[in-house]
Design a protein around this ligand. Sequence first.
Ligand code: SF4
Length: 386
Amino acid sequence: MPDVYVVQGGSPAQMAYDAISQVFHEDPAELSILLKVNTGFKGPAASGLCTHPEVVRGLIRYFKERNTKQLYVGDSSIVGVDSMEALKSAGIWDVCQAEGVQCLNLDDSGMREQEIPDPIMVSRLKMSNLPFEVDRVISVPVMKTHMYAGVTLSIKNMKGCLFQKDKTRLHRINQAPPDIHKGKCLDYGIVDLTKVCYPDYVVTDGVVAMEGFGPSGGTPVELGVVLASDDALSADLTAIQLMGMAVDDVPHLNLVREYRSLHVADIRVHPADYLKWARRFRLASEHDLHLHYPNPRVVDKGACSACHAAMVQFFRYHHQEYENGPEATLVFGGDATAEDCQGGRVVLVGNCTAKLRGEGRAFCKGCPPVPSQIARTINAGTTLDD
Ligand code: SF4
């Protein structure tokens, strides 16, 4: 029977310390351990964008006090974001320096190809070495809504273990999912990932979470909780209920639940009345983005999360410039075709769309593209520079 502990109240470091104490019953002196944080994006510390640095401090202190054989903290950011800069802006690098723990870009540990058993969407994935070299991996995500995956929690956090540009693979699968009513390609792709990269423990940071246009353009929510479990799926199913969702609201979690044959009724959450700390998170989907901002129109055909982040940031900072025209269409993703390039000023966004250049279409280069450059290209109505 999986157990999940929800801790509320006190400092973030103490909550994290107390949470891991409840679930970690091995002797760390015998173990090398990776704290796999979430620093996919670069932004201010404790803003809901990345794992709270004090949560990381609490975990480091727990493992240092128990003479852990070797402790690492690390992540690899989305394409286009410097991983070390993201760890620094999140305040995690400073905490690691102060506590004397190695803070790493996972990509720097080298690459291995992992074969996926019984593959659904992908048969192999390129992964960073370190998560496979340590004895235990602890996923330490920050609790966020996600425009495409519903939420990003401990299971989806493991996508940061994909090596360099292979992080975009699961967003760029060009085949129909087995059952579109159960999930999109990305959801099934996450199930494939879990077959080779599943955390041993989870400590979920819900101190400052994110709602709305996550994972990068949402707004902070001060929920003030930390969760821990030795079962990642149970931790994530508990977290979504704290976020005001039903237990079957998130397709990739439903698919992982099916794959791992977990019965929700078997999950024991402590304290039993933990939902007194729940709050309804505002959700956001790609569809909502289009409703919020009808101009420019967006065509997204297989763009990865780095382009999605650029898209959200573009609307966040520039949408008011286009409320009254000029009408434009932004085309993202390597699967876009000439038929998608219709409607007002057509701007091809990101290097994946370069093959569609010509026929009067403007092109905004970049991998990922820069939001202000997208705006400049729309305004110019033509490609600005090469
Ligand atoms: S151009 Fe955009 S969709 Fe293509 S790989 Fe780069 S960031 Fe991803």
